[in-house]
Design a protein around this ligand. Structure first.
Ligand code: MN
Length: 323
């Protein structure tokens, strides 16, 4: 019996959801199961999930969008933009398995999944309470201050940093296994986690300085472009650490895999948000949450991404666009 766990790649909530699901599955559904893990990431154009990923006898997707593939047997997501392919939402609504769950109002997939597993399947989430609380804080951007989010002192925030930057296909599956067995403090002290973490913390300090040099605040929007610096992932709170009164951040980055526009609203100034960022992103083939969203382009589409970003900046600078 093979359980395939598909999770939102490069994401603390994705890895935590995979760990919580697997432990729940082993404890409440079936213990004698061989588990493999594979990350899913957003590709340009919002296309359907590659059918080749469904290689298990059971296949679960956590913290990532829906698939109509009949081999998908479990699904948990909290993204507002979970239904991207025509017919996805109707297919989900017609499902009678009782094993597919979506709630776009939840802060983290991890806590949502743990609550469903507890309430509907009698699972005890207590041994994983610390991980679940951190996923809720991180994915819900509930940090006490921009300083906490940027200092990266807590083990969970250090793990978040490693997960977001990782490009080694074997690393996150190993993290997911460990998250089911040891605490976050112990995990980030292990050599194989320290090895990628230490250079990332050094790079993080450099990226604070890079954003400090490049970022401008225009009518409440922090904008910067690191498309020429080869970066597509930067701690998303640096903007608010540098500009505590900003409403939004909008930036363009690029890696070997993609060019990306990132859109965010200041989690410490929620009253300043006047736009649904997932709706803005969807208009250009992206998605996310009302408070934070992204649009992916091909690696060679930097000029196109810059043009779209200029359009979005105009939109964000308008004082009010929510009905
Ligand atoms: Mn999530």
């Amino acid at each position: 019996m093979h359980l395939k766990v598909l999770y939102h790649d490069n994401c603390f909530d994705g890895a935590s959801s995979a760990a919580v699901f697997t432990r729940f599955y082993r404890e409440r559904i079936r213990a004698d199961v061989q588990v493999t893990y594979e990350g899913l990431s957003h590709k340009a154009g919002g296309s359907a999930i590659d059918p080749a990923v469904f290689t298990g006898d059971e296949n679960v997707i956590v913290d990532f969008r829906y698939s109509q593939d009949p081999r998908l047997t479990w699904w948990f997501d909290h993204h507002v933009s979970a239904f991207q392919v025509p017919g996805d939402e109707a297919h989900f609504r017609a499902d009678t398995s009782g094993r597919k769950f979506h709630d776009g109002t939840r802060r983290s997939c991890t806590k949502y999944l743990a609550d469903v597993a507890h309430e509907r399947f009698g699972w005890n989430p207590a041994p994983m309470a610390d991980l679940i609380a951190w996923a809720e804080l991180i994915d819900g951007a509930q940090f006490t201050s921009p300083q906490q989010a940027v200092a990266l002192e807590e083990p969970a925030l250090q793990l978040m940093t490693v997960l977001e930057a990782n490009r080694d296909a074997t690393f996150i599956p190993r993290v997911i296994e460990q998250l089911q067995k040891v605490g976050l403090g112990e995990l980030v002290q292990q050599d194989w986690v320290r090895a990628p973490l230490l250079p990332l913390l050094a790079r993080h300090r450099d990226s604070i300085e890079l954003v400090r040099r490049k970022a401008r605040l225009e009518r409440g929007v922090v904008t910067f472009d690191v498309g020429d610096e080869g970066l597509d992932s930067i701690n998303k709170f640096i903007s608010y650490f540098l500009f505590p009164d900003a409403r939004y951040t909008l930036w363009v980055g690029r890696s070997e895999k993609r060019t990306k526009i990132s859109l965010g609203s200041n989690p410490w100034r929620p009253e300043l948000r006047r736009h649904d960022l997932s709706k803005l992103a969807e208009r250009h083939g992206g998605g996310g949450h009302p408070v934070v969203a992204a649009i992916s382009f091909q690696p060679d589409e930097l000029a196109k991404a810059r043009a779209v970003a200029a359009e979005l900046l105009t939109e964000l600078e308008k004082a009010d666009s929510m009905p």
